[in-house]
Design a protein around this ligand. Structure first.
Ligand SMILES: [Fe+2]
Length: 392
């Protein structure tokens, strides 16, 4: 990201800092960084040691229920009818995963009682529906529909929901969530041709500092499970921080879409990169403008990727049977493209109002019982008009 600073930060690092005109105890400096001390980092100044524990609770391993389908086919599932429930972390229901990424659906209806920190991965939450505030050790980050909420590992946080009509797609990766390298110059600044600028990334507002004693539960995701700790000091006791690591939002409406005289491939829509996967935003845009252009995607074989699309808004012309909230999975080894009639129908179209979020993984994805329970097997035959009455 870029350098940001909030609260009280001394002129030099690693110096004695006291508050109240020198009357308070020394503040505790915490360096929070990636790749040891070689990646991006932020320095936080705490009122108390962030190591201080009052009690160590249970370790709860993550349980995944894999669904191994009998057949390898294109798949469609609908997240719209999935039942809401749970809180903003505990309510996440795993939909698909591999060693690089986990994707969950969350429709929280309950407020979190404690705090959460992912100690083994970065997270992105795409807010399909809902508003609220991500409260973090760095400060408050308000979120709204179409926001990607990016939460670096190590960020102690909790959520405040503005309402209980929430629908999120949650991504976890053991790697780093970054904007694509090719959008940045050698100093890290976003280039003019990037589909977004630094102004589109919204860091925390002013920090919240609590000098409170009490009982504060913090669940930390580590070693493929959740370790519960109980603190006797409020974890948001930071008086200042500065650096390159902080949570932020980026709204899909701020993605400046690219179009060409002829069709551009998905990398034109790339928003984030992670290890062996990308996340793309197919935003409303003008379509390919040559009179001879075919405005829909050409058929393609994903010989080294699994392509997953979440349909967020608009009328998606290339797919039959797809509703807002639907997800298609076009797995590796199979060609896919617009369904019969879609290309003819699209000719001459000038624009599209679709908004879709896509994640492509370069390694196979495993599905869970949540997908099984929402799978629409008729989708596999939907390219054959004689065999697909259910999705016609
Ligand atoms: Fe595709």
């Amino acid at each position: 990201m870029r350098y940001e600073r909030r609260g009280e930060v001394p002129a030099k690092r690693h110096v004695q800092v006291r508050r109240n005109g020198g009357a308070s105890p020394l503040l505790t400096e915490e360096v929070m960084g990636y790749e040891g001390f070689s990646g991006n980092e932020t320095i936080l100044l705490h009122l108390h040691s962030p190591c201080r524990l009052d009690a160590v609770g249970e370790f709860t391993p993550i349980q995944r229920t894999e669904w191994v389908p009998d057949t390898h086919v294109h798949r469609l599932a609908d997240t719209a009818p999935m039942e809401p429930g749970g809180d903003s972390v505990g309510g996440r229901r795993l939909l698909m995963y591999n060693g690089d990424i986990e994707v969950s659906v969350c429709k929280p209806t309950e407020e979190m009682e404690g705090f959460y920190r992912n100690g083994e991965g970065d997270e992105v939450i795409y807010i399909h529906r809902g508003r609220g505030v991500l409260r973090t050790v760095f400060g408050r980050v308000a979120f709204k529909p179409k926001d990607y909420v990016v939460i670096p590992r190590g960020t102690t946080h909790t959520f405040e929901l503005e309402d209980h009509d929430q629908h999120w797609m949650c991504f976890h990766t053991p790697g780093e969530i970054e904007t694509p390298n090719r959008y940045r110059n050698r100093y890290g600044q976003l280039l003019e041709h990037a589909p977004f600028s630094q102004r589109d990334f919204h860091p925390p507002e002013d920090i919240e500092t609590f000098d409170e004693t009490g009982e504060f539960a913090v669940d930390v995701r580590v070693r493929d499970g959740f370790q519960r700790y109980v603190l006797d000091r409020h974890p948001f006791d930071v008086v200042g921080w500065d650096g390159y690591v902080w949570p932020y939002t980026f709204n899909a409406d701020d993605f400046e879409p690219r179009a060409g005289r002829f069709h551009l491939p998905p990398p034109a829509h790339q928003t984030f990169q992670g290890p062996n996967f990308v996340i793309c935003t197919f935003a409303p845009r003008m379509l390919d403008w040559d009179p001879e252009a075919v405005p829909l995607p050409y058929h393609h074989s994903n010989i080294q990727s699994e392509e997953v699309m979440f349909y967020a808004e608009g009328d998606y012309a290339a797919r039959k049977g797809v509703e807002i909230g639907s997800i298609t999975l076009h797995p590796s080894g199979l060609p896919h493209g617009p369904q019969p009639g879609a290309v003819e129908k699209s000719l001459g179209a000038k624009s599209t109002d679709e908004l879709a979020i896509m994640w492509d993984t370069f390694k196979p994805l495993r599905l869970t019982d949540l997908w099984r329970d929402n799978d629409k097997p008729e989708y596999a035959l939907s390219w054959n008009p004689d065999r697909a009455p259910a999705t016609a």
